[in-house]
Ligand binder design. Structure first.
Ligand code: FE
Length: 369
């Protein structure tokens, strides 16, 4: 596999030789040079062929977790397929894939959040994948025809134990209850985590009811939306906010923290699994799909299948505090165990995508920015 820089270098070298040939050389020398160039081209072809046999997988990854390193190493050990990885921010990698088009070296794109995967899919970046193994291991509501979830995280309600009662925040709907006036904190409504949550509310309750809800939440804000999930947790612990929502792995990270002040902080924060009495708690995913123009499609499918293996599933759970998508895989993560079991919303993850654009407009209208 040539990096773009290497390829550009090679091309420059070849055109420089051709230039020199045109300007400076006699006809005889030019013929000789042509032969040399043919030899060079053949050599290049041979190199490419050798690399094709070497078995590689070109991975575009928007996941930046330490434990992913071992995942990749073990895949190479098991299959002999070398992974060339390009890391970047979600949106940058997606732009890059779109700009590269059919010339993209990428075989697999891996990222977090169903909204982002759905956007990538709507750009036509993924190829359909048929794999009996993936279909048997990953529950139907956690994949589409083109992309697959490999781990899940839940979006839960957190509250300050001395300012809010758990029974008052048992559902997402309760966040709009006037009882919580001046107590609700949130990250931006435009963030994919919130867009996915609101997309799920639209799927369950319809657009009109969800817009009313959004207005109610805005009316309850303790402050304008800002920061990430961890900032909401800290503000809830500090009492600046009574209630907020957060992804579970941020909570687990603090529960497992080496720092005593983090663990102390978590003692002030209560966690509620929303909507246990009805549809269950909204979950999101990290996932991946095969790129439509993959040059190594077999390696790509093998890699996706590897991510659904027991071993890879345990890395996701124990390393990044997420739940495996394969139901039979047992985890060994004290923080996940401390949070306990819950009923997850089984809304097909691909359906969220349909409502994301509507969710964004609705949140804008409600002033949830
Ligand atoms: Fe996150």
């Amino acid at each position: 596999w040539q990096s773009p820089a290497q390829l550009a270098g090679l091309l420059q070298f070849r055109s420089a030789v051709a230039w020199g040939g045109g300007l400076l050389l006699s006809t005889n020398r030019r013929i000789a040079m042509k032969k040399t160039l043919t030899v060079l081209s053949l050599a290049l072809l041979a190199v490419t062929a050798a690399q094709a046999q070497e078995k590689v997988l070109n991975l575009y990854s928007a996941r930046h977790y330490q434990t992913d390193e071992r995942l990749y190493e073990n895949f190479t050990k098991q299959t002999g397929i070398k992974i060339n990885r390009i890391e970047g921010k979600e949106d940058e990698l997606m732009e890059r894939l779109r700009n590269e088009g059919a010339n993209s070296p990428a075989d697999v794109f891996i990222t977090v959040d169903a909204t982002r995967l759905a956007v990538a899919d709507s750009y036509g970046l993924f190829a359909p994948v048929k794999s009996k193994l993936l279909e048997s291991r990953i529950p139907a509501h956690l994949h589409t025809d083109t992309w697959f979830a490999f781990s899940t995280r839940a979006r839960v309600i957190i509250y300050n134990r001395s300012a809010v009662k758990a029974e008052d925040v048992q559902t997402y709907a309760s966040l709009a209850d006037p009882k919580l006036k001046g107590k609700v904190c949130s990250r931006s409504g435009a963030h994919p985590y919130n867009l996915s949550l609101v997309a799920s509310l639209i799927a369950h309750d319809g657009e009109a009811k969800t817009e009313e809800w959004a207005k109610g939440v805005v009316a309850n804000f303790a402050r304008a939306p800002k920061g990430g999930d961890t900032d909401q947790i800290k503000s809830v612990a500090a009492g600046e906010c009574g209630v907020a929502v957060s992804n579970t792995y941020y909570l687990a990270r603090l529960i497992r923290s080496d720092k005593v002040e983090d663990r102390r902080m978590m003692e002030r924060v209560g966690i509620v699994w929303p909507n246990q009495a009805n549809r269950g708690t909204h979950i999101n995913i990290s996932g991946a799909g095969m790129v439509k123009t993959a040059k190594n499609p077999e390696a790509a499918v093998k890699f996706l299948e590897y991510l659904a293996s027991d071993e890879a599933q345990r890395y996701f759970a124990d390393g990044n505090n997420e739940w495996p998508v394969v139901p039979s895989v047992a985890t060994n993560n004290p923080a996940l165990e401390a949070m306990g079991k819950f009923k997850a919303d089984e809304l097909p993850i691909g359906n969220l995508a349909r409502n994301v654009a509507v969710a964004q407009k609705l949140l804008d209208r409600a002033g949830y920015r």
